[in-house]
Design a protein around this ligand. Structure first.
Ligand SMILES: CC(C)(COP(=O)(O)OP(=O)(O)OC[C@H]1O[C@@H](n2cnc3c(N)ncnc32)[C@H](O)[C@@H]1OP(=O)(O)O)[C@@H](O)C(=O)NCCC(=O)NCCS
Length: 188
């Protein structure tokens, strides 16, 4: 999946994201928002790879090699973040955002290990707050497979609008057939 949008990164964009994500999630780390975001590190990659390999995740994504994750962590135009349980301080997922330093960001990936407990919804809310707040973007977009009901539910609930459909590439666990929908959210 390639971004259809022009990108132009700035060296400080990642630190801006990091500060924003931590600040916004710390402010809201309570019963209602049980997760927060923090930058991923080398030590997190075992968790990330295990989550990507889980069949309930792998069928909806294109799992990456460890070096692809390392490159993303090092890329100043990418925010590779762990979704952490706020009280337990344990990873429950991760989020990858591309295009930092531009007005158009891509939610490249979101994956949650303990599915169906609201963590994905809350993490997406934190991402939205940072993207349209501190990061000053005007548009956030993503791709989702049509058979990914759980993901569609959280994107719909957060206001993402379906823009176009295209055939699936067949490169992920369960996507040999079907379609991919591009969904986007614009700043109010
Ligand atoms: C998609 C994903 C990030 C959502 O995170 P999550 O923490 O599981 O989501 P939430 O618990 O916040 O919400 C899930 C919604 O799906 C519903 N749901 C739960 N189990 C479901 C199931 N088996 N099938 C369909 N919907 C389901 C929930 O009721 C909830 O909807 P509601 O808020 O209207 O009640 C997570 O499930 C995941 O990692 N999936 C695999 C990777 C993936 O698909 N990533 C997105 C690629 S575009």
């Amino acid at each position: 999946m390639g971004s259809r949008e022009p990108t132009e990164s700035t060296p400080d964009s990642r630190s801006r994201w990091t500060a924003s994500a931590i600040a916004s999630s710390s402010d809201t780390a309570n019963e209602n928002v049980p997760v927060r975001l923090r930058p991923s590190s080398e030590q997190d990659l075992e968790f990330v790879l295990k989550l990507e390999a889980d069949p309930e995740t792998a069928r909806f994504i294109h799992p990456w090699l460890i070096d692809e994750h390392r490159a993303a962590i090092d890329d100043p135009s990418v925010a590779h973040s762990i979704v952490e349980h706020a009280e337990l301080q344990l990873p429950v997922g991760f989020v990858i955002l591309r295009g930092l330093g531009t007005e158009v960001l891509e939610l490249r990936r979101i994956a949650i290990s303990e599915k169906g407990r609201g963590y994905g919804t809350h993490a997406l809310g934190l991402v939205k707050d940072a993207v349209f707040g501190e990061l000053g973007a005007r548009r956030l977009w993503l791709d989702v497979y049509d058979f990914n009901e759980r993901a569609r539910l959280i994107y719909d609930a957060e206001g993402f609008v379906a823009e176009l459909e295209r055939p699936a590439s067949g490169a992920c666990g369960g996507c040999a057939e079907g379609t991919v929908t591009v969904m986007a959210l614009e700043r109010d």
